[in-house]
Ligand binder design. Structure first.
Ligand SMILES: [Fe+2]
Length: 393
């Protein structure tokens, strides 16, 4: 299933469907026997390696399975995904590696941990790290990310989950976050990364939508959540941090990522719309600081779609790409969503943001891809079509 938004596509005629033939050939071939053997030999199926450094701070530790992040590198191809069960087949890694990403962003449910037991937490992350396809991604590009409920530790988890501190240590090790990073010291896992230099900067804000999330009640038949205006999703400390991240920001493109779907309102599952006051606050905060090239990312839903919204007084659209899942999807396809501007894909999928920095103005392609790098859903934008800009300016 391929879907192309054509309204502004002519601007990008040359880059439409621009996955390289080379990449497609590679994804068809997948891993060679030699590559599989090499990766298996390096992988540690029972536990991953956390190096405890000696010296002034003996507690300093850095997991060594990830590539170092080069913050000065200009990123043009950002791949992302969610809902990845470590016990299931993971057929998309060859396609993801074949798409030659500069960066991979986990959007949550990175593994299905669902436990309070520290030994099981470690074992389940170790299994994911040892996955041959994921090993190949780790050798291709740096990895950053946030979590959703299953890797937080419990289905639809909230701030009341008792093992969240323990679980935090495991995801930060999985993401190779050093002990010196401020995120190790504060509550929650929210972080930001800025890549590139000058007018080619991309800022990625990774929100933590679990650690501070208030519980929301379900309907009497337990089939849907009842939106609660009093409930918050980020917590005050994270809201203040988020505001400062938008204030202190000279990036050309700002990506705001979290696990929970933000725009879609009509489905009965977890969504920002179950927290209407927090959802409004999110838009108000974004609208106040008008980050350039604002794009929101989410996962969790077991399908892929692109949505957009118009925020009062803001001239341009705010986009959201939902990409889920890497190992399983929900085949039911009928779900109303007035914000959706693409078809909804229920194929296994990952997301891709391609940035053409040489175009003037800069062009951005939002894509949801599947096996063999097939583009299921695509929209193409120029950065001036997304934030900033207030009405009348
Ligand atoms: Fe989830």
């Amino acid at each position: 299933m391929r879907y192309f938004i054509t309204a502004i596509c002519f601007v990008f005629l040359l880059s439409c469907g621009s996955s390289t033939n080379e990449a497609e050939v590679e994804s068809e071939q997948g891993l060679t026997q030699t590559e599989r053997e090499a990766i298996h030999n390096q992988a540690q199926p029972e536990e991953y390696n956390v190096v405890h450094a000696q010296g002034d701070d003996e507690t300093k530790k850095v997991a060594d399975h990830c590539q170092a992040i080069d913050k000065e590198k200009v990123v043009s191809r950002i791949a992302f995904g969610s809902c990845n069960n470590q016990d299931k087949e993971q057929p998309l890694w060859p396609s993801i590696v074949g798409s030659e990403p500069d960066l991979w962003v986990w959007l949550g449910d990175n593994i299905y941990m669902d436990t309070e037991d520290p030994e099981l937490m470690k074992k389940k992350y170790a299994k994911q790290i040892a996955n041959p396809g994921y090993q190949r991604l780790l050798k291709t590009c740096p990895v950053i990310g946030t979590w959703d409920d299953h890797d937080f530790g419990v289905n639809d988890g909230t701030k009341e989950f008792p093992a969240k501190e323990l679980s935090k240590e495991h995801i930060l090790d999985f993401l190779c976050i050093p002990d010196s990073d401020p995120v190790r010291k504060r509550e929650g896992i929210y972080q930001s990364h800025t890549f590139g230099e000058g007018d080619k900067k991309v800022k990625i804000i990774l929100l933590d939508a679990r650690t501070f999330r208030d519980p929301v009640e379900k309907s009497s038949d337990k089939k849907s959540y009842i939106p609660n205006k009093e409930a918050d999703i980020l917590g005050e400390a994270q809201w203040t941090w988020f505001e400062n991240e938008l204030k202190d920001n000279d990036a050309a493109i700002t990506i705001i990522a979290n696990g929970t779907q933000i725009l879609s309102k009509l489905h009965p599952y977890e969504k920002w719309a179950n927290f209407p006051t927090a959802r409004k606050r999110l838009f108000k905060t974004i609208g106040t600081y008008c980050p350039k090239g604002a794009i929101m990312l989410s996962g969790d839903r077991h399908h892929g779609e692109i949505c957009k919204v118009k925020i009062p007084k803001i001239k341009h659209y705010l986009y959201e790409i939902t990409s889920s899942g890497l190992t399983h999807t929900r085949k039911y396809n009928m779900e109303p969503n007035k914000y959706r501007i693409s078809e909804k894909t229920v194929e296994l999928n990952f997301g891709m943001i391609e940035i053409d920095w040489e175009a003037s103005p800069v062009e951005v392609s939002l894509q949801i891809r599947g096996k063999e790098n097939v583009i299921h859903v695509q929209d193409k934008l120029v950065v001036t079509d997304i934030f900033p800009g207030t009405e009348g300016k």
